[in-house]
Write a protein that binds this ligand. Sequence first.
Ligand code: TYD
Length: 208
Amino acid sequence: MARGKFITFEGCDGCGKSTQLKLLSDYLEKAGVPHIFTREPGGGKISEAIREILLNGKNAEMTDECEALLYAAARMQHLADRVEPALSAGKLVICDRYVDSSLAYQAYARGLGEEFVSQINGQALKKYRPDVTIFIDLTPQAAFLRKHGADENDRLEQAGMAFHERVYAGYKAVAEQEPERVVCVDGNKTPQEIFEEVLRILKEKNCL
Ligand code: TYD
């Protein structure tokens, strides 16, 4: 059986990813395409437990290195638990965030650098490179306006606007480095317009 395709969605907090994932989910259900939806960090018992540690607002003393390693650890477990079984069963795998989030948030925004983050994610980068990554391109200012402000219990959102601007710059750099894989979609358009573009891209990349 042919291996399934691996699609990831990326973007700043509040960029409209969830809306697109919901639209795609409805579409794939109707079309009867064998698929799974999953998310990072999380997607299984162990990775969800790591997610709880990472996103808990009370863990403010966590070092940047520990954070990056926990994201990488959750990723490896998630690949084994959910991604690999679905890909080898020929299913389409749609993942909400993946290694590019670690590059944007940990390498660029936290300042750990690409080398460190690529190194600890080496296995994921080599063996599980997405067939296509959809980057919903929306600035953090626009995203925060949509969300009507930050959630004070979210450890990452406590980081503030300057942090999110670095995340955005990180994504732009990654997209520039890998234009074949990372496709930018204008997040200012209406959800329906964005979705039509997402479908067009997935068809063009032979994922649908
Ligand atoms: P989540 O509530 O799922 O946010 P969203 O709905 O925007 O995806 O929280 C995930 C957070 O984790 C998000 O702020 C990005 C961050 N993150 C990293 O910093 N590094 C990573 O490698 C991943 C996968 C996520």
